[in-house]
Design a binder for this molecule. Structure first.
Ligand code: HEM
Length: 293
């Protein structure tokens, strides 16, 4: 979708390997010294840049044509192309590469983790799974022709949306993110100075028993009524809120539809530990055995 890499092959493998190094160095101390995670991350990023450079070059000389996000960036942002945008607003190749890398880094592991947690929570909560399956079987039954999920169907999945929100609350994929204080302020007796970086402890916010009674319980009905502002931060909040939210939700809705309409599954291991990385995942990656319904 982003740049049409084949799911297998040497290029994809190299991409995957570099991507893994970048993800695991994301929250490392910024010491650019050989041997540190940060240094490995920078090297992997440079290698990704080189790969994206070569992909952009092939697209520019017409060797490869694809209908994907990179292609639309190239068409819209090539200097001298006949679009209504001002030349000064066009992205440089460096900015294009950064955009592609940002989308991959911010969008891949987060969505993968969300899907993994979703399968786990549904497997552990058969009543929720049954309710969810009813919603999706009803969508199938109402469909007059065609087999593909339509845009209006995706936009009319009320229970699915609550299941997604509860998954992101309970799992809290991004356990913290930061904001810079715009002014001096005091909170609970602590004085915060303008310009300080503040990390939000989203796991605690999402497990506050005052807002979410019995917080460990997986219960999508918590989202039946609107919640207190800033108590649910699955995709963040405010102007820096996740720009990929709608894409991620779309991917998750499509995944859920096919999963619950066609398959049943069971966990192969019992392990509730969480991998202590920036993007929270079940430590054992939650292996399952899948069968047709
Ligand atoms: C279930 C999947 C996802 C989750 C749980 C998630 C969650 C988040 C959260 C919590 C933030 C921080 C928001 C804030 O600071 O207020 C964020 C930022 C961001 N996300 Fe996502 N995200 C997901 C998928 C995606 C996808 C698919 C993309 C793009 C393809 C994406 C791109 C970004 C970017 C670029 C930012 C940084 C925004 C900024 O700092 O201005 N995310 N995401």
């Amino acid at each position: 979708m982003i740049m049409s890499l084949e799911p297998s092959g040497e290029e994809q493998e190299r991409f995957r390997a570099n991507f893994k190094i970048i993800s695991s160095s994301f929250a490392s101390m910024p010491f650019k010294i050989p041997g540190t995670a940060f240094h490995r991350g920078i090297k992997a990023r440079d290698s990704m840049y080189a790969m994206i450079d070569s992909i952009i070059a092939k697209r520019r000389n017409g060797e490869v044509i694809q209908q994907d996000f990179l292609e639309s960036l190239i068409i819209k942002h090539s200097k001298g192309t006949n679009t209504i945008d001002n030349e000064d607003n066009k992205l440089t190749d460096q900015q294009m590469k950064d955009n592609i890398l940002t989308l991959l880094v911010a969008g891949h592991d987060t969505t993968t983790a969300a899907l993994t947690w979703l399968v786990k929570f549904l497997g552990e909560n058969p009543a929720v799974l049954e309710h969810l399956r009813e919603e999706h079987l009803q969508i199938q039954a109402n469909r007059k022709d065609g087999t593909n999920l339509t845009w209006s169907e995706v936009n009319n999945m009320p229970y699915t949306n609550k299941v997604i929100s509860e998954t992101l609350r309970r799992a809290t994929i991004l356990p913290w993110y930061s904001r810079k204080a715009a002014q001096d302020f005091e909170i609970d007796g602590y004085n915060i100075k303008k310009g300080w970086s503040i990390n939000l402890d989203v796991v605690s916010i999402h497990h506050d028993p005052e807002t979410f009674p019995d917080p460990e319980k997986f219960d999508p009905s918590r989202f039946d009524a609107p919640l207190k502002t800033f108590s649910y931060l699955g995709f963040g909040s405010g102007p820096r809120m996740c720009p990929g939210m709608n894409l991620a939700k779309l991917e998750i809705c499509i995944f859920i539809h096919h999963l619950v309409c066609k398959y049943k599954w069971r966990a192969l291991e019992k392990d509730d530990s969480v991998q202590p990385t920036l993007v929270r995942m079940p430590k054992n990656k939650y292996p399952i055995m899948v069968e047709p319904l």
